[in-house]
Design a protein around this ligand. Structure first.
Ligand SMILES: NC(=O)C1=CN([C@@H]2O[C@H](COP(=O)(O)OP(=O)(O)OC[C@H]3O[C@@H](n4cnc5c(N)ncnc54)[C@H](OP(=O)(O)O)[C@@H]3O)[C@@H](O)[C@H]2O)C=CC1
Ligand SMILES: O=C1OC[C@@H](O)[C@H](O)[C@H]1O
Length: 361
């Protein structure tokens, strides 16, 4: 008899864009390498009408994939944290609320998957992580890209097969084109108290590509030095550029993000002694890569990956497998790694000049 997949019941906190993307993916009939079943158990919003609208638009059309469960809709997040039928709380609020949302969910004894950027600062991340450890609940940053089969295969080729030899440099960019000044003042992309700026929103992906491709044992070796510059427009950071340098190996990551220019389809290039790997697709949700060796004729070998929906189910599967087996953190993005990433983001802002009102540095 086939082994049953683990199942988790999700409590969704907030009904904005990312919660829509996450829930829509979990309600797909299947996906490649599926490892778990997911149930949308409850939805918490600022109002019942908003929660109901979210349900009507994104849950109801695919309710047949929700194991017969009709989710409860709450006009508060607290009711999600206190719902005894919820196994894991998914936090999809703007960055600045993650800390308090996590603290409240953890204090209610819940396991948590929290969107990126995990918090505004490393100090905040440390507080949340310490609380989760104290309460013995599972906690993970929703850096979904790390869970893509494409990323796992790319790392295998880089560090097990060593296809491009010694890796020396990675260039990675995430750019979106929008006019920050024309956004409403309440937008999370403009309001500094909500962590506005390209860095925490999308630069975090360029940083992720840097560490995933330059570090053989991600987060466990030497921590890179940072050299950063930023441009602020109307107080909001719109361009960030930074170099990660690893003194012991000499490797460099040349990493960028901006809200002024859209990234080309080819968003990353990893250069080694024997060849180059170019990665294509949105920086957060890559679609393919090409390995081109210096001593081979032709355009290189293309690797393409199937992806129904957007690809959030792979991180959700990882959470389910861990939670059901009693783990408190995930090995693809352990809590120390989340803390380290927040520290690098702090350092880029410290050097570059982007500041949030709550900053203490
Ligand atoms: N992994 C990924 O690919 C993506 C991740 N994200 C991350 O998700 C988070 C949310 O982003 P996104 O969904 O685009 O944001 P939205 O503005 O679309 O939604 C945020 C939701 O948070 C709730 N909220 C609570 N307090 C506030 C407040 N003061 N102002 C605005 N909203 C509030 C609201 O839900 P309600 O009224 O129901 O309570 C709102 O709809 C961010 O941290 C972002 O980095 C975003 C996009 C993609
Ligand atoms: O995480 C993200 O990835 C995709 C972007 O469109 C979005 O703004 C960002 O939050």
């Amino acid at each position: 008899m086939a082994k049953e997949l683990p199942t988790v019941r999700w409590g969704i906190v907030a009904t904005g864009m990312i919660s829509n993307w996450f829930v829509s993916d979990l309600l797909l009939p299947s996906w490649p390498n599926k490892r778990a079943n997911h149930i949308i158990q409850s939805i918490g919003s600022s109002s019942i009408s908003k929660g109901q609208k979210f349900y009507d638009e994104y849950v109801h059309p695919n309710l047949s994939n929700n194991s017969g469960v009709i989710p409860k809709i709450y006009a508060s997040y607290a009711e999600v944290y206190n719902d005894p039928d919820v196994d894991v709380v998914y936090i999809g609020t703007p960055h600045s609320f993650h800390k308090q949302n996590c603290i409240d969910a953890i204090n209610a004894g819940k396991n948590v998957l929290c969107e990126k950027a995990f918090t505004l600062t490393q100090a905040d991340a440390k507080e949340v992580i310490a609380l989760a450890k104290e309460k013995g609940v599972f906690l993970m940053e929703a850096m979904w890209t790390r869970f893509y089969p494409l990323v796992k295969e790319l790392r295998r080729l880089l560090y097990e097969e060593k296809v491009i030899g010694q890796v020396w440099r990675t260039f990675a960019d995430f750019g979106l084109s929008y006019d920050v000044a024309s956004l409403p003042d309440s937008s999370r992309l403009k309001d500094l108290s909500m962590g506005a700026g390209s860095l925490l929103d999308i630069g975090i992906y360029s940083l992720t590509w840097g560490v995933l491709t330059l570090e053989e044992d991600v987060g466990k070796g030497e921590n890179p030095k940072v050299l950063a510059a930023q441009t602020l427009q109307g107080g909001v950071e719109t361009l960030s550029s930074w170099i990660l340098s690893y003194p012991s190996t000499g490797k460099h990551g040349i990493l960028t993000s901006t809200t002024n220019v859209r990234t080309d389809k080819s968003f990353a290039r990893i250069e080694g002694s024997k060849g180059v790997i170019s990665v294509y697709g949105p920086t957060s949700s890559p679609e393919s890569f090409v390995v081109k060796l210096h001593d081979e004729e032709g355009e290189g070998k293309v690797y393409e990956f199937e992806k129904p929906g957007r690809g959030f189910y792979w991180e959700a599967d990882a959470v389910a497998v861990d939670v059901v087996s009693g783990k408190k953190e995930n090995e693809t993005i352990p809590l120390a790694e989340t803390e380290r990433i927040m520290g690098i983001l702090d350092e880029i802002r410290r050097q570059g000049g982007a500041r949030f009102p709550s900053d203490t540095f």
